[in-house]
Design a protein around this ligand. Structure first.
Ligand code: SF4
Ligand code: SF4
Length: 73
């Protein structure tokens, strides 16, 4: 589970998400001028990037927000 997707049809390459991310997960593809998910394993699912993206291009995996409820006995 991690930052799931950056929609390159929506991303304008503004770079806001890169500055928003406290974990350095997102980098800019300098060739395409689109944000890319570089280190997904470092994502802590804070959602700063998706909240700050003006184009709503970022999807954070929703599973994290459906915690497994287990009961024993
Ligand atoms: S904030 Fe959104 S539009 Fe801007 S670079 Fe990141 S993904 Fe692209
Ligand atoms: S959810 Fe948080 S840690 Fe993960 S990529 Fe976005 S800003 Fe970075």
């Amino acid at each position: 589970m991690s930052l799931e997707k950056i929609d390159h049809n929506l991303c304008t390459g503004c770079g806001i998400c890169i500055n928003s991310c406290p974990m350095d997960v997102i980098r800019m593809d300098e060739g395409k001028m689109k944000a890319i998910i570089k280190y997904p394993e470092d994502c802590m699912l804070c959602e700063f990037c998706s909240l700050d993206c003006p184009e709503h291009a970022i999807t954070v995996s929703p599973e994290k927000y459906s915690p497994v409820i287990a009961s024993w006995g």
